[in-house]
Structures are given as structure tokens and as C-alpha cells.
Design a binder for this molecule. Structure first.
Ligand SMILES: CC(=O)SCCNC(=O)CCNC(=O)[C@H](O)C(C)(C)COP(=O)(O)OP(=O)(O)OC[C@H]1O[C@@H](n2cnc3c(N)ncnc32)[C@H](O)[C@@H]1OP(=O)(O)O
Length: 393
């Protein structure tokens, strides 16, 4: 078995392999769309002779982290054929992805996992979660927040991206965890005419306010499904939810994949009208160049920590680091005794501020050597809004 780059001419084979491992049926007419990401990615193939038996694609992306945007290898289309599984193919492809990301100067990598058990061993940590909301809109949705009074308008999907993108990008400056979008991302992934996984829904509708928007689809079962909703203020958010809850001939809103600190459950006058139907792990993050990643984010306090990091897959990160946080963050090797011992995976999980270090100490995953060090690190990592990503790649 040999790892080599998958040539552009073989990109269709990646869709075939993905079809086998993810149990998807992909029509030939869909290949152009399905190959859009791998065509612009670093493509690692595991070949058994001429046969492609494993693959990993990593496309260059920009990830919003607290106070900064970092170059990121966004990993997707990972698969190993059932005939070749559990022989270390994924492990060797991940090692190569780490080396490629470091060589390209990307301090972080990110992915959506098909199964939570796979990626911790490679130093990825679950950095964002999401909740599924459902609203009973068969009666008026009364809100405790006064909706903003600026008029809403429906946009056509062709012209929507240039209106929505600045709103989306501004949201990233306060809430970390999302990827910046290029224009084509909008048309391919946010506003495609048909949702392949839910063909019963209409084409996307876009409702916009000068400081917020929602993309939604409806179906014959009186359901409004919110694909995304971003608002710059709670009052704009209230205006969008009120609109969505009052569309004629509908009686239910489904809003899958919302931020864990979504305001809607707290905005509703009757809390029983909004239910949380699910809570799940979303983005897995990897600090490929850990000291650069730690130096690059903003921090909420001035403090200093000695971290002992375990990272067998990227030894350049392993060892003791003196992390100074505050206005001019620094992260340098040290021989001082550690305040905290943690794995690369747990460090990645807490990096965006969505997972408390104190929780990881309590479960026994992180070791606290200096009393209160975890509480102090949580205070330094704190972000005003829970990390969140709407894009599932
Ligand atoms: C970003 C994305 O694209 S996520 C999508 C991932 N792909 C899929 O889920 C498609 C179906 N599954 C597959 O294609 C393969 O089983 C893969 C890619 C998950 C794993 O590939 P493999 O080549 O079998 O992994 P590899 O042999 O390197 O396994 C390394 C270790 O991970 C473990 N592992 C691999 N997959 C899993 C899993 N799904 N659950 C639990 N452990 C796993 C192996 O047991 C092994 O552990 P060990 O080192 O203790 O023996």
C-alpha cells in the first residue's frame, strides 16, 4: 500500500469511494458539485497497486477563532474501503495531513466526524456543539424581546450572497468557530435549489434585515426549516423568529444545528413553545502548530500558565510550554513545573472557549497540579458567545 497524491483526473474516483464508505447513491449529474471541494483540496490517496482504497481531502480554509482568523486545513471525504480497514491507512493519511498543514503554514485543522470515536487519537478535540430547536408556531410566538421594527425583505437566491456575506462575516468576529465563505460556497452549500437529503422541502427562501437574515425552506407538512439565521442584535433575532413563526399555512419551525446559547428558548414568553430536540458535537479542531495557535487568539485575562501537552502524533507540540495570555500572548518552551497536564485533543477542545477546562479536570482527563489553574485558564479562554459553525463539510 502506498500513499500518494490523487491526481485531478481521479477526483471522480473519490466520489465513488465516498459512495461506498458513506452508503450514498450519487447520480452522475451530481459529480460536478460533489467534486468541487476535493478539486481544490490537497488530496491524499492510499493505493493498493492501481486501486484507490483510502482517501483524505484537506482544503485550505479560514477559521474564525477568538479575536482572529486562522489558516486551516479543512478535512473532508475521509474513507478507507471495507477491504482495507484497520490496517493503519487512516493513521498514515492523518500523519501526512498534519505534515502538509504545517508545511503550508496552517496552524489548525478542522473536520466534522462521522463518528465521535475516531479523531481524538489524532489530537482533534470536539470544539463546538449544536442544538436542534423546534417551535410550536400553530399559535402566536410571543417574545420577551421587542422585535426590531426595520422592514424585512425576501431576496432572490442569486443576489442574496452579496447581501448576506457581510452580515455572516461580521457575526464571526464575535462568535468563533465558523469558516469564512467564498462566493461559490453560498450557492453550492447554503443556497442550493434542492436539498438532496430532504427533497420534500422547497427551494431556499432568504429573508433579510439590514443586520441579520434567515435562510429557510418549507414543506407541505406545514413545516418551516431554518437552515441558518444570523443576527447582529437580539432585537433583530426576535424580528426574524417572529417572521418565521408567522408564515401562513405553517405550524412548526424546525431549526437544526443552532448555537448552544441560542436566545430563542429564553426569548419565548411560553418556554414550552420552544423545545430543544437534540444536542450534538459539531466541529472537531486540531492545533497543528500549537504555540502559533495559542499565540494567535485573543484572551480574556492577563495570566501565565505552564502547560504540559501530550501530542504523540505531532511531537513538535509535545512537552512543557509557558503560555502568557493577555494583550501580547506568548508561548515558549520551558522546564518549569506544569500547572496543568493535558492532551493535544483536550487543548483543542477548550481552545475556542466552548468546553470548560474545569469539566475536563473533574472527569479526570486533565490533571491540575496548581490549585485554581483550571478556573484561571477558563477565565482566560472565555468568549462572549459559544463557538458555533453552521457549515457541515
Ligand atoms: C472528516 C471525515 O470525513 S469523517 C468520515 C470518516 N469516514 C467514515 O466514517 C467512513 C467509514 N469508515 C472508514 O472509511 C474507515 O473505517 C475509517 C476512515 C473511519 C478508519 O480507517 P482505518 O484505515 O480503518 O483506520 P486505522 O486502521 O488507521 O485505525 C486507527 C485506529 O483508529 C481506530 N478506529 C478507526 N475507525 C474507528 C471507528 N470508526 N471507531 C472507533 N475506532 C476507530 C482503529 O481501531 C485503530 O485503533 P488502534 O490504533 O487502537 O488499533
Amino acid at each position: 500500500m502506498e500513499l500518494r497524491e490523487i491526481p485531478e483526473g481521479d477526483v471522480d474516483r473519490m466520489v465513488d469511494l465516498a459512495g461506498v464508505v458513506f452508503h450514498n447513491r450519487v447520480e452522475k449529474s451530481e459529480y460536478e458539485n460533489e467534486t468541487w471541494l476535493p478539486r481544490r483540496a490537497e488530496r491524499t490517496g492510499a493505493y493498493d497497486g492501481k486501486d484507490l482504497v483510502g482517501q483524505l481531502a484537506a482544503f485550505p480554509a479560514r477559521l474564525a477563532v477568538p479575536g482572529a482568523v486562522l489558516d486551516c486545513s479543512a478535512v473532508t471525504l475521509v474513507g478507507v474501503l471495507p477491504t482495507h480497514r484497520r490496517r493503519g491507512v487512516l493513521t498514515s493519511m492523518m500523519d501526512r495531513m498534519h505534515a502538509d498543514a504545517a508545511a503550508a503554514g496552517r496552524p489548525v485543522a478542522a473536520l466534522w466526524a462521522s463518528q465521535g470515536a475516531i479523531y481524538g487519537r489524532y489530537g482533534f478535540g470536539l470544539a463546538t456543539r449544536a442544538i436542534d430547536l423546534e417551535v410550536d408556531s400553530s399559535r402566536e410566538l410571543k417574545l420577551r424581546t421587542e422585535p426590531d421594527s426595520a422592514p424585512l425583505r425576501l431576496l432572490d437566491t442569486a443576489s442574496a450572497p452579496e447581501v448576506l456575506d457581510p452580515i455572516y462575516t461580521r457575526a464571526l468576529s464575535t462568535r468563533p468557530g465558523s469558516l469564512l465563505r467564498e462566493p461559490e460556497w453560498w450557492s453550492r452549500f447554503v443556497l442550493p435549489p434542492t436539498d438532496r437529503e430532504a427533497p420534500g422541502f422547497t427551494e431556499p427562501r432568504v429573508v433579510a434585515h439590514p443586520a441579520g437574515y434567515a435562510v429557510y425552506r418549507t414543506n407541505a407538512e406545514r413545516t418551516v426549516r431554518v437552515d441558518e439565521l444570523f443576527a447582529e442584535t437580539p432585537r433583530v433575532e426576535a424580528a426574524l423568529w417572529r417572521y418565521l413563526a408567522s408564515i401562513d399555512l405553517t405550524s412548526r419551525i424546525q431549526a437544526p444545528g443552532r448555537p448552544v446559547d441560542d436566545l430563542l428558548p429564553h426569548m419565548a414568553v411560553d418556554p414550552d413553545q420552544v423545545s430543544v430536540k437534540g444536542d450534538w458535537g459539531a466541529l472537531w479542531l486540531r492545533l497543528v502548530d500549537m504555540p502559533t495557535a495559542l499565540r494567535s487568539r485573543s484572551w480574556a485575562t492577563d495570566d501565565t500558565f505552564v502547560l504540559e501537552v501530550g501530542d504523540p502524533r505531532v511531537p513538535a507540540n509535545e512537552g512543557r510550554w509557558r503560555l502568557r495570555v493577555g494583550a501580547a500572548p506568548a508561548c515558549d518552551r520551558t522546564t518549569e513545573p506544569p500547572d496543568l497536564t493535558l492532551s493535544a485533543s483536550d487543548l483543542a477542545a477548550v481552545y475556542l472557549g466552548g468546553m470548560p477546562v474545569t469539566t475536563l479536570v473533574r472527569v479526570g482527563a486533565v490533571t491540575e497540579h496548581t490549585p485554581e489553574a483550571a478556573v484561571r485558564l477558563d477565565a482566560a479562554l472565555a468568549v462572549p458567545f459559544a463557538p458555533y459553525i453552521a457549515d457541515d463539510f
